[in-house]
Design a protein around this ligand. Structure first.
Ligand code: EPZ
Length: 441
């Protein structure tokens, strides 16, 4: 059995972790860099599988993308020679659909596969396609080949209001508009901090993007030129994962660099359940176990709410908390793949139905009345967990199963280690540095 972690649980995990660059910022900034006139240098790029896959895809399209040192990437999009993203690569890296932006700017036409669904739901891009059409892009879908054909028909300009927020959807239309032909106004945009990083990256290169609440105005510029190397901010999802690992194992952890502001919803909940949280200076946070945890329910929502990416970690913490808690997932339609796995370790978790007055409004995915959804779980704790053989379905669920194994009594096997390594740099080394007993087969 390869591609598995063997974990022996039960240690109190303590120590300090230097966070890696944010996956969900790096991937888009690397794609946007292809639109620059000159070579682009990006620092603090995480060495994770998703980044490696994206780099491989960009080089097959003719771009030059190389690591200058361990975490500094140099990108030159001048050599782009193909306007067609192949199916195999697109199936390996979901954000490949964002290549609409650089390919349309370079070739005015492009072929991009439908990213399709994945383990956490159907994940259509209907809002994005509608947005592109509103901005003057002709786009057709060939259901036989699974490809979109897009063409800049006339000018890229106009107004688009997202029917519901979309994180990558906001980022893609920003990228498409910066080198457009006239003003673009995007309304009801997403607010994730990674979008701020993308806007900062583009504006430092001469773009004219203004964000006011959920409205973004973009005035077109002729070219984008990088002046100084750009540094990716650290990964808040990684921070939440390690804070959960330390607290659930009754240990403590120092995380840096991380701005407390972007984690404030999470840290507020951690304080609510009785964990210790201390902001030290501008970019260091200490999380620690300070006695029995109290159960507390969450419902997920886009930033600045409780992130959907954090709810799998929250589930583990709630198995160790006294009382009953409910997690209500509003953003994705299938984000509880870890539940059946945690039950194998003895967790007391049930799917529950929570009546929702207007589900089409309440959920952030495209709700369909004739579909069956499992959007809420109830957890009873505290529950001692024991080892088992677990299977990873998606990235954040994988980190949750690793956390469960680290606090369970005995040894566990986690199949699908590579899925965890898609989004967590040096996962084994970092867990070992906290005193975790983990090895990769
Ligand atoms: C981004 O996904 C992140 N991925 C996700 O992180 C994150 O959970 C999510 O934003 C929310 O912050 C990256 O940035 C690479 P959405 P994204 O578009 O942009 C539906 C991780 O683990 N929708 O905001 O795909 C969609 O299906 C990943 O790092 C449509 O129906 O999220 C989802 O249910 C997981 N039509 C909801 O909206 C559309 O056109 C929110 O999706 C677009 C989205």
């Amino acid at each position: 059995m390869e591609n598995a972690f063997i974990i022996k649980g039960g240690n109190k995990l303590k120590g300090s972790i230097k966070l890696s660059g944010a996956k969900n910022a790096a991937l888009k900034i690397i794609i946007a860099a292809l639109m620059f006139k000159n070579k682009v240098t990006i620092k603090n790029v995480p060495r994770i599988k998703d980044v490696e896959e994206l780099i491989h895809l960009l080089t097959t399209l003719g771009a030059e993308v190389d690591f200058h040192d361990r975490h500094t990437l140099e990108i030159d999009g001048k050599g782009l020679k193909s306007n067609k993203v192949d199916l195999l690569h697109a199936s390996k890296i979901r954000v490949s659909f964002m290549l609409f932006a650089p390919l349309l700017h370079k070739f005015s036409t492009c072929y991009v596969p439908n990213p399709g669904g994945c383990r956490i739901g159907a994940r259509p891009i209907d809002r994005i396609i509608d947005g592109m059409k509103s901005l003057g892009i002709r786009i057709e879908y060939d259901s036989d080949t699974g490809f979109y054909y897009a063409q800049v028909k006339s000018k890229i300009q106009g107004y688009y209001k997202y029917p519901k927020v979309t994180h990558t959807g906001t980022e893609l239309l920003i990228m498409l508009s910066v080198l457009g032909d006239d003003k673009v106004i995007l309304d009801n945009t997403a607010l994730e901090p990674e979008i701020d990083d993308l806007i900062r990256f583009l504006n430092l290169a001469g773009a004219r993007i203004k964000q006011l609440g959920k409205k973004i105005t973009i005035l077109p510029v002729k070219e984008l030129k990088q002046k100084d190397a750009f540094e990716i901010n650290s990964d808040r999802n990684e921070a939440v994962t390690y804070a959960s690992i330390a607290t659930a194992s009754k240990g403590e952890i120092m995380l840096s660099p991380i701005q407390p502001e972007i984690l404030k919803t999470f840290t507020a909940k951690m304080k609510q359940i009785g964990a210790e949280v201390e902001n030290i200076g501008k970019s260091l946070i200490r999380f620690g176990y300070a006695g029995p945890l109290k159960a507390s329910s969450v419902q997920t929502s886009p930033h600045p709410g409780f992130m959907t990416d954090w709810q799998p970690c929250w589930a583990i913490l709630m198995t160790q908390a006294k009382g009953e808690s409910v997690i209500h997932e509003r953003v994705f339609e299938n984000r509880f793949s870890y539940v059946t796995e945690l039950r194998k370790l003895g967790a007391d978790i049930d799917f529950v139905k929570i009546p929702v007055k207007n589900p089409a409004e309440y959920f952030f995915f495209n709700f369909s009345p004739d579909k069956k959804y499992h959007q809420a779980i109830r957890i009873r704790g505290p529950q001692d967990l024991h080892g088992g053989v677990l299977n990873v379905a998606d990235l954040r669920a994988g980190a949750t199963l690793a956390t469960a194994a680290l606090i369970a009594d005995g040894e566990s096997v986690i199949n699908g280690a590579s899925i965890i390594e898609r989004g967590y740099e040096n996962f084994v080394e970092k867990v070992r540095s906290l005193g975790g007993e983990i090895k990769k087969l």
